[in-house]
Write a protein that binds this ligand. Structure first.
Ligand code: ZN
Length: 350
């Protein structure tokens, strides 16, 4: 009967064929489908509704007596504040300010971000330079990272560290100053055995409500301090915290008042608890990172946020572009190319 149904329903028979593909191809197919299904968002309208949700306000002085004041050449609305006399745009004091590109270009750009396209593909689709594609990527992700700070993991939380090779990719000054260290070949694994200082430790946590958290804590092996710094304020007290047998989790769980369930090596679960969800998170993350051929440690935290937003967080699942946009436009921040390159080579948690 089941087979008959499959024969009648073309979707079912396509799905049956897809299920026979290797997992990697299935993932690729999903990405391709995502990429072809572009959503159109009126960036101007979304920005206006976010910025003026409490009525029109001047971004310079906060004054609420604001007039429309003509349009720019590209058609975007200008405003003038009666109180301070300054002009502004809907993009003033947002990451979209001063980008000298139309909002429709940003719209295309957000579609590329949602589909996790490479810089090269993004440059072509949005007709922007390589440098712009790169700077915008990190402007957006910086803003998302800033607003991601209030994510709270609740209920049953599974945690485990992910180790990733340190990379100074694209960081010419580092190689000049430290001529003993050659750039690592693209995507290659750290060569030393065990958990050497050539790796960054990224404590990751996921809960059963679809929240997740991941950021660089330190270089080399995990420690109690690293776990505490990474999860402080992120995992709520009284949540059940499941981890492997690593003792680094003990002091955090005690101080943060979590019920710690440790699944020792060789065991799959204890009392129905396991760390399968965080293991799946790790493999998803690996698949996502593979497309970038190695990411500089300097920017790794941004890629983690990116992955979480478009591949994992349930919060973003409904309308990723709108949420990326809301997040980006509500963050009061300007990011420019010169400050991007000045960030720490390996942003460890102090
Ligand atoms: Zn004003």
């Amino acid at each position: 009967m089941k087979e008959q149904e499959q024969n009648q329903d073309p979707i079912q028979s396509i799905l049956a064929e897809i299920r026979q593909l290797p997992l990697q191809d299935q993932a690729r197919l999903k990405d391709e489908l995502y990429a072809s299904n572009e959503t159109s968002v009126d960036l101007d309208a979304v920005l206006t509704s976010t910025k003026f949700s409490q009525g029109r306000r001047c971004p310079h002085c906060g004054g609420d007596h604001v007039h429309k004041n003509g349009h720019r050449k590209d058609g975007s609305q200008k405003y003038r504040c009666v109180k301070c006399g300054k002009n502004f745009m809907i993009t003033t004091n947002t990451i979209f300010q001063g980008t000298r590109k139309s909002l429709s270009t940003w719209n295309k750009y957000l579609n590329c971000m949602e589909a996790a396209k490479s810089l090269k593909e993004t440059e072509q689709e949005c007709d922007i330079s390589h440098g712009t594609a790169f700077t915008w990527r990190h402007k957006l992700l910086d803003a998302m990272r800033k607003s991601g700070d209030d994510i709270k993991l609740v209920g049953i939380v599974e945690a485990d560290e992910k180790y990733m090779p340190i990379s100074y990719k694209g960081n010419a000054r580092h190689f000049q100053e430290n001529n003993d260290r050659r750039p690592r070949k693209r995507g290659s694994e750290a060569v030393k055995q065990g958990l050497s200082n050539d790796l960054v430790c990224v404590p990751c946590a996921v809960d059963n409500a679809g929240h997740c958290s991941a950021q660089i804590a330190k270089t080399g092996k995990c420690s109690s301090k690293a776990i505490s710094k990474a999860f402080e304020g992120k995992i709520v007290p009284q949540a059940v915290l499941c981890s492997d047998g690593d003792k680094s989790y003990k002091s955090f769980a005690k101080v943060n008042d979590n019920i710690l369930v440790q699944i020792k090596a060789g065991k799959k679960s204890i009392k129905g608890y396991n760390i399968q969800r965080v293991n799946n998170y790790h493999s998803q993350l690996e698949t996502f990172m593979r497309r970038f051929n190695g990411v500089s440690s300097k920017y790794l935290n941004n890629y983690l946020i990116w992955h979480n937003a478009i591949k994992y967080c349930k919060k973003y699942a409904q309308n990723r572009i709108k949420l990326m946009l809301d997040t980006a436009s509500s963050a009061q921040m300007k990011v420019c190319a010169s400050t991007l390159s000045k960030r720490a080579e390996i942003p460890i948690l102090a």
